[in-house]
Design a protein around this ligand. Structure first.
Ligand code: ZN
Length: 144
């Protein structure tokens, strides 16, 4: 898994996990990488360098902690927005997710965003077949 800091056309910065850099590239090209804040599809990688603010640099205060991420949004809220966005933009295929993902991958089903459930083994198998899947973040309320 690899974490990318991404930025959308509106300038929203957020972070997302991908199976690999190839996985990110494929999903980005397919327009499947969506800004959790505005739902925008025009998302690109933000600069990955450690965040060091210009102010810290000028003052020369090395003891200052690194600058906080640009988006001052509570992490859980970000996850919720992300989930809402995914749920709003995908079709729930439930437990047939692995089959459906394969069909779409092989062109046997209409290309679309789907969501559903897969076991760890199924997810691994899909990944080995070159099928990109994005795990939805688990929220505290899910366990209720
Ligand atoms: Zn956005």
């Amino acid at each position: 898994m690899i974490k990318y800091r991404l930025i959308c056309a509106e300038g929203h910065e957020f972070e997302a996990w991908f199976a690999s850099s190839d996985s990110y590239d494929a999903q980005a090209q397919a327009g499947q990488v969506i800004c959790p804040l505005c739902g925008g599809h025009e998302v690109s990688k933000a600069i990955m360098a450690p965040a060091v603010s210009a102010r810290t640099h000028e003052s020369g205060a090395s003891a200052e902690p690194p600058a906080r991420p640009a988006a001052e949004i509570p992490f859980m809220e970000l996850l919720r927005e992300f989930r809402r966005s995914v749920v709003a933009n995908s079709e729930d295929v439930g437990a047939s997710f692995p089959d459906e993902a394969r069909k779409i991958h092989h062109g046997d089903a209409e290309a679309r965003n789907i969501r559903g459930t897969a076991t760890g083994e199924e997810a691994e198998a899909l990944s080995e077949e070159g099928i990109d899947i994005l795990p939805l973040p688990r929220l505290p309320e899910d366990t209720n």
